[in-house]
Design a binder for this molecule. Structure first.
Ligand SMILES: N[C@@H](CCC(=O)N[C@@H](CS)C(=O)NCC(=O)O)C(=O)O
Length: 207
């Protein structure tokens, strides 16, 4: 097994999908957490230029660095057999992750780091009423078209784990209840023993 170190702020956010995959795989990894810029701007300003793109998360695998959260997550999925059994299945999983990532980036841009609580809740509400129903409606149909249990090949892949993480991180989880297949998938992934154990034991953070 490669020696894996995952470095991110002390947050779930962009590193959590990779952590969940590593946890599900039972892989050993170093979960390195550096203080967020709002807690230690000086420390982050020192670290920033040492990273390939001035941002984290970073994954170190046997001493080599990978940047970009989705590339990191995809590597973990491939390395630990959660990326589909064929190149076509891998593409099917990528499709779901890319669809979710598109919405996630909109969420980041719209409100995730908004400090003004009133403005944040207005922006959240707008996101819940526009972007989310379209995305979740489309994903529900996609899931049904692929058998209804898992997104790819009738077995667990990172597409399911990333969907789980996206849904449980939503500020208003009731939005997901309108989509029965997605809801069942989220519940099923949340009940996987390794996922359950990770979620119960991971550091408690705001994001
Ligand atoms: N596209 C990158 C974005 C990474 C990113 O935005 N990282 C943020 C934390 S979520 C960061 O490092 N912010 C500090 C900075 O940009 O100075 C990815 O998905 O990994």
């Amino acid at each position: 097994m490669p020696a894996i170190k995952l470095t991110y702020f002390d947050l779930r956010a962009r590193a959590e999908p990779a952590r969940l995959i590593l946890a599900q795989a039972g892989a050993k990894f170093e979960d390195i957490r550096v203080p967020a810029p709002w807690d230690d701007m000086e420390g982050w300003q020192k670290m920033k230029p040492t990273t390939p793109y001035g941002q984290i998360p970073l994954l170190e695998v046997d001493g080599e660095l990978i940047s970009e959260s989705v590339a990191i997550t995809r590597y973990c999925a491939r390395e630990f057999g959660l990326a589909g059994k064929t190149t076509f299945e891998s593409a099917q999983a990528d499709e779901i992750v890319d669809a979710l990532q598109g919405a996630l980036e909109k969420q980041y841009e719209a409100y995730l780091f908004e400090k003004d609580e009133t403005r944040k809740s207005t922006l959240q509400k707008a996101f819940n009423e526009t972007v989310l129903p379209t995305l979740l409606g489309n994903l529900e149909k996609r899931l049904c078209s692929r058998g209804g249990d898992f997104f790819v090949g009738g077995a667990l892949t990172w597409a399911d784990i990333v969907t789980y993480n996206f849904c449980v991180e939503l500020p208003d989880k009731t939005v997901v209840e309108k989509y029965p297949k997605i809801s069942a998938l989220v519940a099923k992934v949340g009940e996987l023993p390794n996922i359950k154990a990770w979620v119960a034991s991971r550091p408690k953070t705001s994001l």
